[in-house]
Design a protein around this ligand. Structure first.
Ligand SMILES: O=C(O)CCC(=O)C(=O)O
Ligand SMILES: [Fe+2]
Length: 329
């Protein structure tokens, strides 16, 4: 068995069980993982788990900007077939939605988007017929280009959580940290300028209806604790930029490719990615479309008062915070 190229934080059997039992109880009490009452009960429920889980769920603390939480037990025969599309998931694997929400609540505040996957706090990532070549999580045939999640939005997640339900073909998520790259000072300076915008991705039904052209944003930001980035080449109109910026952007892409790791998640794994340090993607694969496809669940988390972004972002215009629903902790 190959070793994991990301730091693994193991959960012992009793801690894993405690988390699963807490999730099952919440689900039994509220009937559905999308129940507003269940969301409202999360802070208290997660606080009760803090003593045992707090250490494993401490902030990302290495330059590679990610970790894998491993040790949760998932029985393939209990989660039902992989849905063909996020919209037909219903309550499939709902226990894992709640597990992911509890982990999210221990690390920060889960957020959702009105225009994405029906406003659900936990998204389902499955390959879907007709979407094979898109730059969204529903694709398969193409490389999902390394990106910052929701890069276009000033309210984007600080942490991205991916829970693995099924991955029979060991299809890897890719991850590359800006903190592992080597860039010339001139390139860092060039990419700190606001030159071009980042456009909303195809997964947002509503985003394209917002009025006005989006503002140019910096790609790199020196937080004082090190570099952070906001990067989504598939949605960046780089042809609008000058030659010097384009060349620096190309060197950043090359460096990210050089330091990129491929993490093949196993069922029950939860990958936690720092969305300010790390760009993630996915290798191409052949979808099965027979109910046994790769299946991930995804949550987005805000961690307030992080010094990882330029403060000007707060006033950034273009796409309103109306698209964002934060459940208030
Ligand atoms: O499928 C993956 O491993 C990652 C997909 C992705 O980019 C995402 O879920 O945000
Ligand atoms: Fe993504």
């Amino acid at each position: 068995m190959s070793t994991c190229p990301a730091p693994v934080r193991p959960l012992d059997a009793s801690t894993a069980e405690e988390l699963t039992i807490a999730a099952a109880k919440l689900l039994a009490d509220h009937g559905s993982a999308t129940s507003p009452e269940l969301l409202a009960a999360l802070p208290e429920a997660s606080a009760r788990l803090a003593e045992t889980l707090g250490h494993a769920l401490r902030p990302v603390d290495t330059a590679d900007g990610l970790f894998v939480l491993r040790g949760l037990h998932l029985d393939d025969s209990e989660i039902g077939p992989t849905p063909a599309h996020w919209s037909t998931v219903g309550d499939s694997g709902a226990l894992w939605d709640v597990v992911l929400l509890l982990v999210s609540a221990l690390m920060g505040t889960p957020i959702a988007w009105d225009g994405q996957q029906d406003g659900r706090f936990v998204h389902n990532i499955v390959p879907s017929p007709g979407h094979e070549n898109e730059q969204t999580g529903a694709s398969s045939d193409v490389l999902l280009t390394p990106h910052t999640e929701d890069a276009f939005h000033p309210g984007r997640a600080h942490l991205l959580l991916l829970a693995c339900m099924r991955n029979h073909d060991d299809i890897a998520t890719t991850a590359a940290s800006i903190r592992l790259t080597r860039l010339a000072d001139e390139d860092v300076e060039e990419l700190g300028r606001s030159v071009v915008p980042i456009l909303p991705d195809d997964a947002y039904e509503l985003a394209r209806q917002f009025a006005g052209p989006p503002a140019p944003v910096p790609t790199l930001f020196d937080s004082g604790e090190g570099l952070t980035l906001r990067f989504d080449p598939a949605y960046t109109p780089r042809e609008e930029a000058d030659e010097a910026w384009r060349a620096a952007y190309g060197r950043l892409e090359d460096e990210l490719a050089r330091v990129s790791v491929a993490v093949s998640l196993r069922p029950g794994d939860v990958l936690v990615v720092d969305n300010d340090l790390v760009v993630h993607g996915r290798v191409p694969f052949q979808a099965r479309y027979d109910g046994t496809d790769r299946w991930l669940k995804r949550a987005s988390v805000r961690v307030e008062d992080r010094p990882t972004r330029p403060s000007a972002e707060r006033g950034e215009h273009g796409y309103g915070q109306a698209a964002l629903t934060a459940w208030a902790a």
